[in-house]
Design a protein around this ligand. Sequence first.
Ligand SMILES: Nc1ncnc2c1ncn2[C@@H]1O[C@H](COP(=O)(O)OP(=O)(O)OP(=O)(O)O)[C@@H](O)[C@H]1O
Ligand SMILES: [Mg+2]
Length: 297
Amino acid sequence: MALIELKDVSKLYGFGDATTLALDEVSVTIERGEFVAVMGPSGCGKSSLMNVIGLLDRPSHGNYKLDGRKVAKLRANRAARVRRDTIGFIFQSYNLLPRLSILENVALPLAYKGVSVKKRIRQASTMLERVGIQNREYFMPSQLSGGQLQCAAIARALVNNPKLIIADEPTGNLDSESSRLVMELLSEIHKTGNTVLFVTHNPELTRYATRVLYMHDGNIIHDEQTAIGQVAATARKVLYTLPTTNEEDDLAGVSALMRARPDVPSVGRKVTRPKSRSTKKAASKRKTSVRRKKADV
Ligand SMILES: Nc1ncnc2c1ncn2[C@@H]1O[C@H](COP(=O)(O)OP(=O)(O)OP(=O)(O)O)[C@@H](O)[C@H]1O
Ligand SMILES: [Mg+2]
């Protein structure tokens, strides 16, 4: 039995003229143990799909079976209970409560479940050890780096031992080193038998996945099985066709930045940059034409 079965699921937001069709009759089946990346342009419906699968939102039409159970029309409190027991959510902006310590944040889902204080502190501490930040358990969220906050959010998502982990752009706010750490952590979670779904704009991160779903305009337009360790074939095409900025664009950006910051004098500052291939080429062209001109004289 598949863990997730969506059949002709649509999601509409708003009413009348202001209606947005965020999901357009999406059908997809995800088996236990898959590690699925979801990609696609901004606004194509990735978060809407995650929210429906994660029971944060109800589909407007269609059928959804989670772990064999029909969940498309569950009432809010029932959906909350299934979500608590089955799903761990990780968001781009961590969503930790600022007035609670890291340990209290991680223990919070257990409090909702009615677990005793002693037990939930112990379990939360074990989870923080698993994600490598047990030494930060009495810190407040404001005292941690982005990468550490996301590790804490992962610990919170795992504390209920969910079958399914959903991460909506978990590395969206992180530098490449912290992104790697977070993805390695999700990989480990996957290896221990969990099903993991994550949204990303970064084709490189498809290396971690076993399957990639590409979305466009509320549809899944391509579904690709992929080997762990390799960038998925379609994602690779995206990677190599991404527009690259040239030096003129960069310099225009720098001068715009200077103008936007009155405290930084825009004159008298020299921007030194290593020469890119194209400028080296242009310089050598100039040299050749100067040599030619000299030879002409
Ligand atoms: N609560 C909402 N109310 C109205 N429209 C919404 C709502 N949430 C999403 N939408 C619309 O639904 C469409 C899909 O949005 P969604 O957030 O799922 O896109 P996304 O693929 O996650 O984009 P991004 O990559 O920018 O996060 C968009 O057109 C968006 O404006
Ligand atoms: Mg989104």
